[in-house]
Design a protein around this ligand. Sequence first.
Ligand SMILES: Nc1nc2c(ncn2[C@@H]2O[C@@H]3COP(=O)(O)O[C@H]4[C@@H](O)[C@H](n5cnc6c(=O)[nH]c(N)nc65)O[C@@H]4COP(=O)(O)O[C@H]3[C@H]2O)c(=O)[nH]1
Length: 769
Amino acid sequence: MSEPTPHAETMESNAGRRWLLRVLDPGVLFPGLAVLTLTAVWLITFNLVDREYRTADRRLAALVSDMAQTYEAQAVRALREIDTTLKLVRYSLDARPPQEVLDELSRRDMLPPTLLFEVRISDAEGHGIASTHDLYSTRKTSRITEQSGLVVELEGEAATGADQSLVFSRRLAEEAQVSGTVSVIVNPAYFVSGYDMNTMGVQGVLALVGDGGISLVRRTGENVHTGEATEYERLLSDSSLVGEPAGLSVSEWDGLERYLVARALFEFPIAIVVGLSRAEQMAATNATRRAYYWRALLVSLISIAVLTLLGRLSRKLRLIQAKALEERLEHARRAEHLAFHDTLTGLPNRAHFSHLLTHGMQHAGRYDKRLALLFLDLDRFKAINDSLGHDAGDELLKEVSQRLIRSVRKSDRVARLGGDEFVVLLPEIEAADQINRVAEKILAAVSAPFLLAGQEFHITVSIGVAQYPSDGEDEQTLMKHADVAMYHAKEEGKNNAQFYSEELKSGSLERLTLEQSLRRALERKEFLLYYQSKVDMATGRIIGMEALLRWQHPELDLLLPHQFIPLAEENGLIVPIGRWVIYTACQQNVAWQQAGLPALSMAVNVSARQFLDDSLLRDIKGALATTGMSPQLLEVEITEGAMMVDMPRAVSVLQQLRKIGVRIAIDDFGTGFSALSRLQAFPLDTIKIDGSFIHDLPGSSADRSLADAIIDLGRCLGLTVVAEGVESAEQVDYLRRHSCDQVQGYYMHEPQPACDAVHAIQKNLISEP
Ligand SMILES: Nc1nc2c(ncn2[C@@H]2O[C@@H]3COP(=O)(O)O[C@H]4[C@@H](O)[C@H](n5cnc6c(=O)[nH]c(N)nc65)O[C@@H]4COP(=O)(O)O[C@H]3[C@H]2O)c(=O)[nH]1
């Protein structure tokens, strides 16, 4: 025979477990237990009852046997006495009249008591000729017995024992003077007087039966019967032997079932019968049986009640357990879903996507297919999120995710990596054109207007594409390259898709190291401020300074803001860096004043991200309070673009700045595309004309008209107009003639460290008229 396989064994053990679970089900277990308990209770009960009956039967049989032995002894003794009397009388008869002999024997107390026994002598015809009783003359003539032995017969009417007598006779001897019979006559009841009602009840039997088959006397309860016909031989053959327990038989005279002993007496033609009614004697046992049955019934009912209760409790417990299990499963399912899905959009998250990508690459590898990974980053999302609040930002992300799903096939996968980063996995790519089509679809879908908080918004997305296996054969490489391509798309002006190439790699590495060192620059104190003067056109004096940030990179040259500020904007580092700038500029301003220089205004640049950050006001107030600088000397420069991201909020922030006395300048004015009329909405103090419009002054007529328009506008609004990027005397001259208030540029002073700037201020003071 073959060995069972592990699979077969598992199936077997599963089937066994299923069977066990089915058996342990409360609907099966408790009814099953009830059936078992009831079967056990009733089996034990029936067994006990049966044992009780068997014991009682044995006891009864033994009792009847004992009683029979006693009765036999008593009967034999009585019969012997009677026979002795007969023999005594027979041998005492002589020539005297028989009456005389009887009287003498009686006198000599040699005859049985006359109260119970009559001794009679009859002649050959059966007529009584002598008797111990006076009544003999009224009696019927005795039957003449021809037998030589003891003859036993009944005399009188065969009805009740009271009317019949039991006659024991012996024939007188031939040689005796008198021929005839001598008899002892006795009431049959004498032989059953030993009937004890307590022991034998009303259905017991005590009897003497003649060997002719006629019962001589039978007593059952109080009733004494005589002369009943009995099947003598059968009676004896049915009976047990001496010393053995009595047997059970049905009595022919009354149909009752009895333990009965019938035994023929050795010396007499008589059999004794002793019996006890089984039904009657079993009364106590019947009562015990009833008690057993009641007890069993009670135990059964209690068992059923307890098991029903336990069954219900168990069912309830099972239900509770099942519910708890269901809840746990649901919880686990939810936890699993949460673990692998983004809670906001319901899209697969980074962990899940990693699995999808690995699987996709394996599949593509196996079937020699190409796969494309699109790395998506929303442009300007952070600004929208910060300005409109997170709820609107969340709505936007949800809407974007829906648009992405609609832009791709069902077999493609969209996931959210976090923040505003999404990825799209395109399995089974045939040609690059296919990827382009999907990318264009996504770009179009995302750039369609969004309605957020009742306002229409436009957002774009930058997409980086990396392909398997050409751009990377493992998950990390492919993701990294798609990310690099995405950054390239950002650099290319955003709202476009770029494919990864080896050339991009080096640029991305630079960016990566730059970002890492930028994170540590603040704590390493690598930032410093340069200061550039603002000169008043009317007086030609320095009236203020602008703080310009520099980063002394440990390995690179001194870095200018455009080399790291966009990065700091992107990763949010601009907020702590800006805080440092404000504080340092304020500190420097106060230091100069403390050094005896005149109180100059100090301008600091605040980027869009920083401007919309909740901490800006707090930071400015903190810097002013800590350094003790007068708020009126501080000027915050904000670009036009930063103000337009969220106009209502910008207005509110500016109003609060104004409230504490800080001046506000709009920087790079003219580069944005906001309507000039909108400027009225902002609480401004200064307009700074962007250097690009000054550069070609006074030659370019377009720049001239633009610069003129801005100066006019500023004047109309009562604002100070500052021209940036002034590099020549002609420019200064033009601006002065066109009533520009202040100028700033290399022509006056280049941005320089605080220690150099101080010389410029001092020089300016010395050259004062
Ligand atoms: N070609 C030319 N350029 C001139 C001339 N005079 C001044 N400049 C340059 O013009 C920029 C003027 O600053 P901005 O318009 O506020 O423009 C700033 C400002 O928007 C931003 N920036 C500088 N410092 C910070 C800062 O601390 N925080 C923030 N958020 N932005 C800053 O970086 C921009 C560039 O700063 P910089 O590289 O320092 O460049 C400075 C300055 O060096 C000139 O005659 N000719």
